[in-house]
Ligand binder design. Sequence first.
Ligand SMILES: Nc1ncnc2c1ncn2[C@@H]1O[C@H](COP(=O)(O)OP(=O)(O)OP(=O)(O)O)[C@@H](O)[C@H]1O
Ligand SMILES: [Mg+2]
Length: 578
Amino acid sequence: MMPEQDRLLHLGLRFEPALAGRIVDGVLLGAQPLIVAWLVAMAALDPLSQTPCWCAITLVVIVVLRRLLIWPAGRHLYARAYSAGLRLRRAILQHLVRMPLGAFRSIDGGKLIQAISEDVLWLENHAAYTRPEITANAAAMAVCLAGAAIVWPLVGAVAIVTMIIGFALLALAQRMLLTGLDRRADSLAVAALVMQENAEGVAVLRTFVARGEIGDDFARSVLRLRDGAWRGVRRMTPIAVLFRMTIDLSAAFSVFVAVLALAQTEPASGADVVRLAMAALLVFSATVPARNFASLTAMLTLARLGRRNIEAILTNPTLPQGEEADVGTFGVTYRNVSLTYRSRSEPALSDVSFAVSQGQMIALVGASGSGKTTCLQMMMRFFEADAGEILIGGRSIRDFDSAALASMIAPVFQETLLFNDTIGNNIRIGRPSASEAEVADAARAAAMHDTIMGFADGYDTVVGALGGRLSGGERQRICIARAILKDAPIVILDEATSALDPENEEAIQQAVSALAAGRTLFVIAHNLHSVVGADRILVMDRGRLSASGRHEELLQTWPLYRQMWSRSMAGRDWSFSR
Ligand SMILES: Nc1ncnc2c1ncn2[C@@H]1O[C@H](COP(=O)(O)OP(=O)(O)OP(=O)(O)O)[C@@H](O)[C@H]1O
Ligand SMILES: [Mg+2]
């Protein structure tokens, strides 16, 4: 059976009593003019009849009944649409997580924001409101037109044919709106991205960008947004006006044809006149729900557009998933691994091979840009190797289920990555089930607990976009606490102590030593002093692994390392000077 989120994406949740309720509602809506027509006929043809009285009572009952139907049906439909929407948003995120990072980065960020927020919203709106409204209005229209056709077939037939022409026009307008809105969506995505980049990079922009330039870029995207929307509206307005006119004219025209026909059959009987009045009332009543279709199809178009955008994301291939869940040992082997980033001509990694056993501490050193971060990120399948393979516990990382692979590795990235959430939740990301005490223990080990307790809201302090309300060192310590809490067998620390003062760095060195016990630990450090104790040091040079060994060995055998070491000794007490 198709999951609810897929049904939502395909513009239709499962048929259910609430929707059937809206059909009944539509039929009742259409029955109202039918009853009024009957009332008129009875009043005209048989003044003594009791029927008008009953008709009036029935009308009141219908009004009450419709309210009783619409309210619970609406509540139910909204609840279902929103829960399917939640699942769809999760499915999109899940898909993004399973895409190779390179492909993920090629998707326009604005489109992503739009898909998760606006596009899913239109689909929810469609399932909860537009679809039931279309159903109810169509039912009401059908009842009125069928009634008219029964009372006077010619009137019914003419009205139906002209309305079909009107709906054909509407379909045309919808197609035009789709193209116009598509362009608007592109501009909206650009505007959202520029907004986000400005918000995140505002500090950089303030310092480096001349006045006015930020505004220009944003203003241009907003201008395009306006133009796109305006173009869509301008193209479809005449057709929408034509649609409404055709619908209104359909009633007048059909009655006109009937009057002509009546004129032919002189003398017209009183009963014929009453029949004509009844038919006229019914076709005019049919135009009311019919006119609603103009705005309903506009919403339908937005839902279709949302579907198209989301499908464009979901059709991006994800990384092939393995089945393997666990290996038990966590030695790591790189076999002839090479990678060239798509946007580069030079390889970032060439033929890198090494093997480390579980529990070892490995340091990666080398000049900036030599491929250290790339090398370790590949272990998490951020990028797929062009050649070679990476094994954990003797199994290729491609054999693992992605969640299993993620659970094996606790990384602290070079750029601290915090979400705009509380400190507690940011630490808890690696292990959502962790208790408050466990979170505090991890923060203590990362020399961050006391600092957090100093904040007014403690662990509930919200860190701001990208952790912007914290200092660089605080952000880094939170990321370390997160890795400690995750308690994974492989730990990656990429420049994890670069933003720390000596006191905190020492505290963290201790924490890292504790963390490293029994774990396979990879450390990238520019400061060679912090890694002299490593079981093995890998020296990277322009994407190649140029040497590996312990500190003392490398000092003796490898000139590049000796050079790096002496430079790092010299840099120990360097200072700015003028
Ligand atoms: N996403 C990317 N797309 C394209 N090129 C990239 C990407 N990430 C890194 N590179 C390039 O790959 C090379 C290796 O980068 P990497 O980040 O692995 O170096 P690094 O040794 O970690 O440097 P640093 O010490 O400065 O952190 C560099 O030339 C870099 O410009
Ligand atoms: Mg790096």
